[in-house]
Ligand binder design. Structure first.
Ligand code: DAK
Length: 257
């Protein structure tokens, strides 16, 4: 499908989604969110794709937030529709069967930080900057930042970022666990591709079950979550991957998934 504000590249089992509005630092307007929703909905049903990377075009920004110029004149009703769209995009990425890696190549502010939070893993370039500056605009984070940020980095650190609206650099983001690691900008995509290839070489159904149980389990108490894990563990024995993986180990050869 042809999109206006995003690029989608499929390379064998990897899909790379690039938000492509570099002149506006890849800010998210309605069209961009609608295209992201359409694209991730399509990817969710694409059995050839094992891992997805999402990034921003250019060397300056991942996503500098929701588009302020677009939001400025919204009525409360339009704001609600826009907010719901953002939440739907975040949920679709979070619930995508395949793992999603955010390649954060610059500013990840407001809705951009929230977009990265809806991904499974975040790798950042050394020039990346993070923050939830919404209070500076007289609004609150609206794409899940008040919920996903405390869950990821803990309440105290999340409150500091959300209440102050301050911007932190990649090293600080790594120190507080907001990103998995920081790499030189020129190596970011190679590093993300390498991680995607490693994940893509594992049993795809097992990886998808892992994503499902990690995400859903985090919303349950530990007893129920462990019981849920046991159910999905049992399910592995109904598929071909477990047979191939264990046979390959015992036959001292690499598995063919
Ligand atoms: N929206 C629209 N345009 C943006 C933008 C943004 N978020 N960020 C940057 N741009 C545009 C700039 O206006 C400028 O456009 P021109 O003037 O060239 O036409 C161009 O990108 C380059 O930006 P700068 O000239 O400002 O570049 P600098 O290097 O000087 O500064 C910066 C980079 C990232 C520090 C700065 O651009 C900046 O502070 N940007 C705004 C960052 C920000 O406040 N982000 C949070 C946005 S609020 C909701 C759901 C979600 C949300 C809201 C509601 N509902 C439930 C309804 C989410 C809210 C947000 O994300």
């Amino acid at each position: 499908m042809d999109y206006t504000n995003i690029l989608v590249e499929k390379d064998k089992t990897l899909a790379i989604v690039t938000i492509n509005r570099p002149k506006a630092l890849n800010a998210l307007n309605k069209t961009t969110l609608e295209e992201l929703l359409a694209c991730f909905t399509e990817l969710s049903g694409d059995r050839t794709i094992k891992v997805v990377i999402i990034t921003g075009a250019g060397e300056k920004a991942f996503v500098a937030g929701a588009d302020i110029a677009f939001m400025q004149g919204l009525t409360p009703d339009e704001g609600k529709v826009f907010g719901r769209l953002g939440h739907t995009v975040a949920r679709t990425i979070e619930n995508l069967p395949q793992p999603v890696i955010a390649a954060i190549n610059g500013f990840a502010l407001g809705g951009g930080c929230e977009l990265a939070l809806s991904c499974d893993m975040r790798l950042a370039s050394n020039n990346a900057k993070f923050g939830q500056p919404e209070v500076n605009l007289g609004i609150i984070p609206g794409f899940g930042g008040t919920q996903r940020l405390p869950r990821l980095i803990g309440k105290g650190l999340a409150c500091e970022l959300i209440y102050s609206g301050k911007i932190i650099d990649a090293a600080e983001a790594s120190r507080i666990g907001l990103v998995n690691r920081v790499v030189p900008q020129e190596k970011l995509m190679a590093e993300c591709r390498e991680l995607a290839a490693l994940i893509g070489s594992r049993g795809p159904a097992a990886v998808q079950l892992c994503k499902e149980v990690v995400n859903n389990g985090m919303e349950m108490d530990l007893t129920r979550a462990c019981s849920y894990e046991a159910d999905l563990f049992a399910l592995c024995f109904a598929g071909s991957e477990q047979k191939e993986g264990m046979a390959a180990f015992l036959e001292k050869r690499p598995p063919q998934f």
